[in-house]
Write a protein that binds this ligand. Sequence first.
Ligand SMILES: CC(C)(COP(=O)(O)OP(=O)(O)OC[C@H]1O[C@@H](n2cnc3c(N)ncnc32)[C@H](O)[C@@H]1OP(=O)(O)O)[C@@H](O)C(=O)NCCC(=O)NCCS
Length: 174
Amino acid sequence: MNEQEANPAVRTVASTQSEMTEIILPNDTNVLGHLLGGRLMHFIDLTGAMAAYRHARTFVVTAAMDHIDFIRPVHLGDLVTLKSSVNRAFNTSMEVGVKAWAEHTRTGETVHVASAYLVFVAVDEHGNRLRVPHAEPETPDEARRYEDALRRRNHREKEYARRKEAKLATSGLA
Ligand SMILES: CC(C)(COP(=O)(O)OP(=O)(O)OC[C@H]1O[C@@H](n2cnc3c(N)ncnc32)[C@H](O)[C@@H]1OP(=O)(O)O)[C@@H](O)C(=O)NCCC(=O)NCCS
């Protein structure tokens, strides 16, 4: 494989699609036998990182995880399946979408339990940021997520600037 094949300028969104399934055991649950929220966030982070790795083909770090709703509880013994893909790549960062479902092992009933958007940044072994390939959407759903990702990035940037300003104002430095 030559360097261009290993580091193309463009990668399809489909080539980043990732999936993992976990069985929920007692150590993963609270006293009600429901999956701990933090454990689900850990699975979301891992599945998101898989898509980011497949896109960047270098080290990635989690820069942000957006607002997350825990829609339904996941019970002890359920199977949790998480799917991820890169929605859009920017300069050194990528937005990844992750969706999680719980499956009751005896009935097979499957329900959507959570969704989240994460931002990963590509870095080398010294932590220096690296440019990532463009992410090419090929289906109408991928194109919609690609457009929405830019809106969310703009929103994140505005929100970050607003928080920074508020912090300066309360510190008396503004
Ligand atoms: C993420 C990190 C590398 C960004 O470094 P930084 O010096 O703030 O970088 P910059 O401000 O130049 O931003 C670099 C990119 O990250 C994005 N970014 C940085 N912070 C972000 C945030 N909080 N939310 C979303 N995107 C963010 C920027 O938009 C920019 O994207 P672009 O290059 O595609 O335009 C740095 O904050 C870091 O190392 N954080 C700790 C990461 C970590 O330990 N994660 C948990 C374990 S993996």
